[in-house]
Design a protein around this ligand. Structure first.
Ligand code: MLT
Length: 400
């Protein structure tokens, strides 16, 4: 008789954002007149830059002409024109990444989840807590041992490595989802040194790098000395360029990143990942890759920056309302997320219910991101500006 992977039975029944969507649906069915404002899932609301859409249309038109039609892309790693554009983008903030070190994907979530395939199940995985649930879920699906580094109010939600603890795989995300906190270059150097001392691989999620405004906050782990020997970076166009509905991202694995196999041979992580992708992934559609390349053009970057500024303004609106209410928070400055302390010592899910019932505003309970998220709550700045203002006015009228 077939057996299921029972590790799945140990997970939360639903993925966090599916749970929230179900709760909101039930509320909205029970209160059909409620004008709900959604500030939960980090989904963008502004349309994609026109030059990006034009590039996608051009790509689609090429598919209708015999001479320019394209089937499979040979390497499976993404078209050269896009990998070169991404490499140029890294160069614009002073980081050298070769096009050959980049693989294009359908968004950071897939690679974040799938990368576990190339590592043995007896690795110990270190994840900062709270964290994007994908890191914990996908390792638990394989039955791996997961340990946590506590990010909390005391350390500004920026956990640092404990040298007395050993880890083989380390997940970091900066700017952080959900807390909006960031690591400085000096803090990242400590993590890189820790990874190198442990012979560990670091999986670095830089999906929110485009929101960094402060000097001294690296936009890539590869700005840190030694990172090319221990880190894999994953980034996405979802938040940078509004691609949540288009699906495109990229993973960078440096040539230097090798690991010793049990027979003593040096194994290239990029080669293993390419092998995995070759068997399980056929790449991103040509029109979407054309659109993605246009994001990195001069005009694409200009238009995309305008959208990011709009969201950053929303973050300021949320932050100033919280200031007025005397509610503590982190994030917002280098991140589209505001991470606030639930008033009156309320639990995250209790606060979620009160916000939904009394203000008809949806957010994300911090507890959904790990134990240190209990008592905290995430609001996103990806909404419409007027609706964000309206949501904060409603919250201000609540009595805590
Ligand atoms: C988030 O809101 O944290 C993510 O964008 C949602 C997801 O990728 O599942």
């Amino acid at each position: 008789m077939v057996k299921v992977n029972e590790n799945f039975l140990k997970l939360e029944k639903n993925y966090l954002f599916i749970n929230i969507a179900k709760k909101v649906k039930a509320f909205s069915e029970a209160h059909p007149d409620a004008d709900i404002i959604r500030m939960g899932i980090g989904d963008v609301t502004l349309p994609i830059a026109q030059c990006v859409i034009d590039a996608m249309k051009k790509g689609a038109d090429e598919m209708a002409v015999k001479e320019t039609f394209r089937g499979y892309e040979d390497s499976g790693a993404g078209y050269d024109f896009l990998r070169e554009a991404i490499s140029g983008y890294y160069g614009s903030f002073g980081v050298t990444v070769k096009p050959s070190e980049i693989r294009v994907n359908d968004g950071a979530k897939s690679d974040c989840g799938n990368i576990v395939d190339i590592f043995s199940d007896d690795n110990t995985v270190l994840i900062t807590d709270p964290a994007y649930p994908v890191y914990v879920d996908t390792n638990r699906m394989n039955g791996r041992k997961v340990i946590f580094a506590d990010s909390n109010e005391e350390n500004g939600f920026a956990a640092m490595p404990d040298k007395s603890v050993h880890a083989d795989i380390i997940y970091l995300c900066s700017p952080n989802n959900p807390t909006g906190s960031v690591y400085t270059a000096a803090q990242l150097k400590e993590w890189v040194d820790y990874a190198l001392e442990n012979g560990a691989v670091m999986i670095y999620d830089s999906a929110y790098e485009a929101f960094i405004t402060e000097d001294g906050v690296p936009r890539s782990i590869f700005a840190i000395e030694g990172a090319r020997k221990c880190a894999i970076e994953m980034c996405s166009l979802s938040k940078t360029a509004g691609f949540t509905g288009m699906r495109c991202g990229y993973t960078v694995i440096p040539e230097e990143l090798t690991v010793k196999a049990s027979d003593g041979s040096e194994v290239s992580i990029a080669q293993l990942w390419g092998r995995r992708q070759g068997s399980k992934f056929n790449g991103v559609s040509y029109p979407v890759q054309c659109a993605a390349a246009a994001v990195f053009s001069e005009e694409g970057l200009r238009q995309t920056k305008e959208n990011i500024k709009y969201y950053q303004n929303n973050a300021r609106v949320i932050a100033s309302a919280l200031d007025e209410m005397g509610i503590k928070y982190t994030g917002g400055k280098n991140s589209p997320y505001i991470w606030l302390k639930c008033p009156d010592g309320m639990g995250s899910w209790d606060f979620f219910d009160r916000l939904l019932e009394e203000a008809n505003v949806v957010g994300t309970p911090g507890a959904g991101f790990g134990k240190n998220g209990e008592g905290w709550f995430r609001l996103t700045a990806f909404g419409d500006a007027d609706r964000t203002r309206e949501a904060m006015e409603r919250i201000k009228k609540m009595s805590f």
